[in-house]
Design a protein around this ligand. Structure first.
Ligand code: UDP
Ligand code: MG
Length: 141
């Protein structure tokens, strides 16, 4: 079993798409181990996306990620990291495979509805960014 950090991003949260997006992951057998609603600041969004700080889209990304609530969650399942990335689809919805979350819901390459950890190393950093160990551990199995 593997765990990954997913964020339902502000564009999707503000369009009330949280339930529809969660259903995609649950239908694929993923279990929710932790979830919460948070409002990031541009600074905390910047810390989360620090790996992208030299990229031209960084400032805009931080503004967008702090423009409304985010819904981070820990999902657990077999090959959860790669399965979640498949279910999400490519970063740019114009390139995302039909039936993926981003193809169906994203507004743009930036406002693309969901985040998912891209590797075990990323998941190991991103889960504790939002959740204490205990919060993940005590969630119903
Ligand atoms: N992003 C953007 N423009 C780009 C590339 C990425 O606005 O050209 C945003 C988009 O919201 C994306 C996030 O920055 O989800 C992180 O980029 P990454 O390349 O890690 O994409 P992801 O792993 O989310 O598919
Ligand atoms: Mg990424």
């Amino acid at each position: 079993m593997e765990r990954t950090l997913v964020i339902i991003k502000p564009d999707a949260f503000l369009r009330n798409l949280t339930g529809k997006i969660l259903a995609r992951f649950e239908e694929a057998g993923m279990r929710i181990r932790a979830a919460r609603v948070v409002r990031l600041t541009p600074e905390t969004a910047g810390l989360f996306y620090e790996v992208h700080k030299e990229r031209p889209f960084y400032a805009s990304l931080c503004a967008y990620m702090s423009s409304g609530p985010c819904f981070p969650l820990v999902l657990e399942g077999e090959n959860a990291i790669s399965r979640v990335r498949e279910i999400m689809g490519a970063t740019d919805p114009a390139e995302a495979a039909p039936g993926t979350i981003r193809a169906d819901f994203a507004e743009s390459k930036e406002r693309n509805s969901v985040h998912g950890s891209d590797s075990p190393e990323s998941a190991a950093k991103e889960i504790p960014f939002f959740f204490a160990d205990l919060e993940v551990a005590v969630t119903a199995r």
